[in-house]
Design a protein. Structure first.
Length: 65
């Protein structure tokens, strides 16, 4: 399993990190976050198939397709 958390409105990164800590059991292998205008997103990742080479980072390329 993996987990995603979000704050919309006025982002509070400390609160977001606390939410990520609360769902650490859903993805103990990796985590990441990004702060956008009025939004904070975070994720936890569980490596099931490729524990050494797999990586699914949360990336902000500056534009939404």
């Amino acid at each position: 399993m993996c987990g995603i958390v979000a704050i919309h409105g006025e982002p509070v990164p400390l609160l977001g990190r606390r939410m990520l800590d609360r769902i650490a059991h859903r993805g103990p292998d990796d985590h990441g976050s990004v702060e956008l205008p009025n939004t904070w997103l975070g994720h936890r990742r569980l490596s099931i198939v490729d524990t050494k080479g797999g990586h699914q980072p949360l990336v902000d390329h500056g534009a939404i397709d």
